[in-house]
Each structure stands twice: as C-alpha cells, then as structure tokens.
Design a protein around this ligand. Structure first.
Ligand code: ADP
Ligand code: MG
Length: 292
C-alpha cells in the first residue's frame, strides 16, 4: 500500500529528482532531469508528455529502477526504488521479445521467477495472450507477427506478472495510426478491468488526452514539469469528439512555447554544460505539435 494523503494513495513519487549523465568520451555532463517532483495515485492513468530529449525516458527509468537519481528521491509504494522489480511492468517502444521463442514461451519466460510450476506458467500465459487477443498465435514466433501483435505479446508478458504499475515508454510510437488507436483502446479496456496504476510516456498530444486522467508536461532541463493538467472528459471517450479536440488544442498551446532538445549531431543542447554555459536550442520543426 502506498502512503495515504487525505484518502489518496500515492504509488509513484518523485521528490526533487534530478539525473545527470556523464559522457565518458566527451566528458560532458548532461542534465537529463532537474528537480522533478511528481506523484501518481493508485489506479491513476498519468501521461508524461514532452518533446524528444526532455528526459521522459530518464524519468520512467528512474521509476523502473534502471537508473538511480543523482539527487532527490524516487519512491514506489513509499519505498525508495533500488532496482527493477516485478511490481513495475515496463513496456518499451520496441517490443523486446526473444525471437527463438514462441509467443507463449515469451510470456512464460518472464514468469519463471514468480511461478515454479511449468503447467501453471502455461496456463497464465494462455490467459494473458487471450486477454490481448492473441491466443490463436500462442505458437507463432515473433517474426511471424506484425508490429502491433508483437507489442501485444510484450504487454501480455508484462501483465502476466501482475505488476502494481505499468510503466510504458512510447509503447505505440512505432505503430501505424490505426493499429495505435486499436491498442490504445485495448490498453484502456485492460486498465479499466484490471485497475493498474499507469505511467505512460508519449510525445503525442492527442494520445495523452485520449488516454490519461492527468497529463504531466515535462520541459527540458533546467525546467521541470511545467503543467499538470487533469483530463476530466468522461470515459469511454470519443477520440473525435469536440471535448477531446479542445483539450488537445489547449495542451498543444502549452507545448508550443517549449524549446525542443532535438538538434543535429554535434550541436550543443540545452541542459548540456561542458563549460558551464547553457545554449538556447533550436526549435524543431513543429510537426509533432501540429493540428491533427
Ligand atoms: P526523452 O525520452 O524525453 O526523449 P531521454 O530521457 O531519453 O529523453 O534523454 C534526456 C537527455 O538525457 C537527452 O539529452 C539524452 O541525450 C540524455 N541521456 C539519456 N540517457 C543518457 C545516457 N545513458 N548517457 C548520457 N546521456 C543520456
Ligand atoms: Mg524517450
């Protein structure tokens, strides 16, 4: 159980978390995150939105336990995060399946540490492949699947571990629009029936509005979370409704003024301080923030 504040249980907490990476080759320090505080309640669906390079993956990796904060604290259910654990299921943009294993074996593999009995593992894998609509592909291998199907297997593998939270890093970013829409709906269905806490990273404004209870907008360091926007549109949502469009436009306005970190290779970045001086980044072409 997470800490209760006025009846609210915070599952994920970042308290003034900062992360500095050091590039051993160039000896530059990269301030990926600076003084980020964020709380995610139990069963809440929070999207972390921001331009490329602003530190979204770094933040998620801190919660996942793949990285440690340079300063500040990262707590999961009140305890400091010291490493990855089965209580936090991570889904990446590129599904990392073992190509030599079948779909079922991929799901079963993740269960080995939690469940000793092979028969039980098989049953659980079957249940979760069914949940994502892939029971008939249990014996297929990843190369026989489309990108969306692979991502479904990755999701089944994570859900089979029954994590308390799902940490998703642009999980649908590499999919075509139609497949992405379908997987968003599937994720919402699963989230509504299995009640998980979700931290979902995206740079796609519409996606964040469609999915989230709340959108936290992350700006590049030295800025932090510059807006925390509740999305109170009732569910199930209609992605083509005026409400969704208006909320999307309002968020796009917030993002329009943000600097972007994507620079040609070799160029300096905001937040990169080899000599202590900050440089203003160039603006990226605004395609990611343009109207649908
Ligand atoms: P986003 O996910 O928002 O695109 P990231 O969290 O991946 O951003 O990266 C934030 C910043 O930190 C970028 O400038 C990136 O180059 C830098 N960075 C991320 N990981 C590392 C690393 N392991 N070593 C050095 N720099 C890193
Ligand atoms: Mg990223």
């Amino acid at each position: 159980m997470g800490p209760r504040t006025h009846g609210v249980i915070h599952v994920i907490q970042l308290q003034h978390a900062a992360k500095v990476f050091r590039n051993e080759e160039t000896r530059q320090h990269v301030q990926a995150l600076e003084d980020v505080s964020l709380e995610v309640e139990e069963n809440e669906f929070v999207c972390l939105l921001g331009p490329s390079g602003c530190g979204k993956s770094t933040l998620l990796n801190l919660v996942a336990g793949f990285e440690r904060p340079t300063t500040g604290r990262v707590l999961f259910e009140r305890r400091p995060v010291t490493g990855p654990g089965p209580d936090r299921g991570v889904v990446f943009q590129e599904p990392t399946l073992f190509p030599w294993l079948t779909c079922a074996q991929n799901v079963e593999f993740g269960l080995r540490s939690l469940c000793r009995d092979a028969g039980d593992r098989r049953q659980i894998a079957h249940r979760f492949l069914t949940l994502v609509g892939l029971d008939s592909f249990a014996r297929a291998r990843p190369h026989q699947l489309s990108g969306g199907m692979k991502q479904r297997v990755a999701l089944a593998r994570v859900l089979a571990l029954n994590p308390r939270a799902l940490l998703m890093d642009e999980p649908f970013g590499a999919l075509d629009a139609q497949t992405r829409d379908r997987l968003q709906d599937e994720l919402l269905r699963i989230w509504e029936t299995h009640r998980k806490t979700v931290l979902f990273v995206t740079h796609n404004v519409e996606e964040s509005v469609y999915l989230a209870d709340r959108v936290a907008v992350l700006a590049p360091a030295p800025d932090s979370i510059i807006a925390d926007v509740p999305i109170s549109i009732s569910r199930p949502r209609d992605r083509y409704s005026n409400e969704v469009r208006e909320a999307t436009m309002a968020l796009m306005r917030v993002l329009a003024d943000l600097p972007c970190c994507v620079l040609p290779s070799g160029a300096s970045q905001r937040g990169v301080h080899a000599s202590g001086a900050f440089e203003t980044p160039q603006r990226e072409e605004p395609h990611e923030w343009s109207m649908p």
